[in-house]
Design a protein around this ligand. Structure first.
Ligand code: SAM
Length: 370
């Protein structure tokens, strides 16, 4: 939890290249189907490949016929990768070995261009599970930011679902569309991005009670809970991902105040990587990196424990402590470890993953290799 949410909204904007250009202009849109299945089989020209070098350095590139990847240690020919199966070990001109793998979604979101700070994979996984996102679900998401969470949601809903994303900054929407289109090879037809504020745009974009899930990752989700409640089907879910204790408190109290959700279930997700090598089994000593996050979930419906007079449509607000709020009340909810690798367990011992020094390119991250 190293950023305020303001910073999350703005973070990394400088790293985005030409944010006003529409990076999807050159990308095809899918007609009648969504490109949700990653490519399989031998590498082809146009595929993205992640190369792991002798010292564990990762490089991602798009394969081109007759293309070359130059390093100060030599040249790796794209043609030597094209036609080889995923997980092959390719020799460069120097004899150095490079492991060629198709990039995972986790890898891709960590290295793609950013407008706003992304939801990291460990939180995206938790959001998808916590929000009970299912194949075929109709999901509303705001803001889109860089599109990281959009990619995980699109994968979870599959080609039969519908993702409607809202983003009030046009340049971020363009970056997100570029990122999604690049990873999937095309912008899926079952994904729409509306540029505008969620509260203003949602009523025009959706029928009342037509959305299964609402997922909010923004500075002030409490401003959106009424609009979300209108859009959600009875029994639908809202999940809000926030970066500070102040936001968590305001969001939870707003959900309670509407009287249209069951009691929220706030939580925080921490991930700790481990060093596991023979009898040396311990948590990684390096400082945790990445940001944590807290989730609040509300279930659209009347909570019998909080019901007011019989038959009341709106419930009484609970008589509890007031919400945390006001300037200067920024809380810290902990830090999370994101990503990391694990040792391959190969005879050579160490695999070039976090803390490893063996230099082997084989077996990184427990994926099968040729
Ligand atoms: C932290 S970023 C979202 C990151 C995104 N979930 C991802 O994984 O890449 C928050 C975004 O919400 C947008 N935003 C904030 N309030 C909004 C609102 N009321 N309606 C639409 N977008 C909003 C901001 O412009 C910003 O791009």
């Amino acid at each position: 939890m190293s950023h305020t949410d303001d910073a999350r909204d703005e973070a990394d904007a400088s790293s985005a290249s030409s944010p006003t250009a529409d990076p999807t202009a050159a990308l095809p849109h899918t007609a009648g189907g969504a490109p949700h299945t990653p490519p399989r089989g031998p590498f082809r020209a146009g595929d993205r490949v992640q190369l792991t070098g002798p010292k564990g350095k990762l490089t991602t590139l798009s394969l081109e016929t007759a293309g070359e990847y130059h390093t100060h240690r030599g040249v790796l020919r794209h043609d030597d990768v094209i036609g080889q199966p995923d997980g092959s070990v390719i020799r460069a001109s120097t004899g150095d070995e490079y492991l060629a793998l198709r990039p995972l979604l986790n890898d891709y979101v960590m290295s793609m261009p950013r407008g706003a700070a992304i939801v990291y994979p460990k939180d995206a996984a938790q959001i998808v599970a916590f929000a009970d996102v299912f194949p075929g679900a109709r999901v509303v998401e705001a803001g889109v930011g860089s599109g990281a969470l959009s990619l995980f949601l699109l994968r979870a809903i599959g080609p039969t679902g519908q993702l409607q994303s809202f983003e009030r900054r046009e340049e971020f929407a363009a970056i997100a569309k570029g990122n999604v289109g690049t990873f999937l090879g095309a912008v899926p037809d079952n994904w729409s991005v509306t540029v505008g504020d969620l509260v203003e745009s949602l009523p025009d974009a959706t029928e009342p009670q037509s959305i299964d899930r609402v997922v909010l990752d923004m500075l002030a989700p409490w401003e959106c809970v009424d609009a979300a409640a209108d859009a959600l089907v009875p029994g639908g879910l809202i999940v809000c991902y926030v970066a500070t204790v102040t936001q968590l408190s305001r969001t939870a109290e707003a959900l309670r105040d509407t009287g249209r959700f069951t009691d929220p279930m706030p939580s925080e997700t921490l991930v700790r990587t481990w060093h596991v090598e023979g009898l040396a089994v311990r948590p990684e000593p390096e400082a945790p990196r990445g940001q944590g996050g807290v989730l609040g979930r509300g279930h659209r419906g009347l909570d019998p424990r909080r019901r007011g007079r019989a038959g009341d449509e709106r419930q009484e607000a609970p008589q509890g402590r007031p919400a945390v709020g006001g300037a200067g009340a920024q809380g810290r909810g902990g830090r999370g470890v994101v990503g990391g690798g694990w040792c391959c367990g190969a005879v050579r011992g160490r695999c070039g993953s976090v803390g490893c020094r063996c230099g082997s390119v084989r077996g990184r991250r427990g994926r099968t290799v040729g």
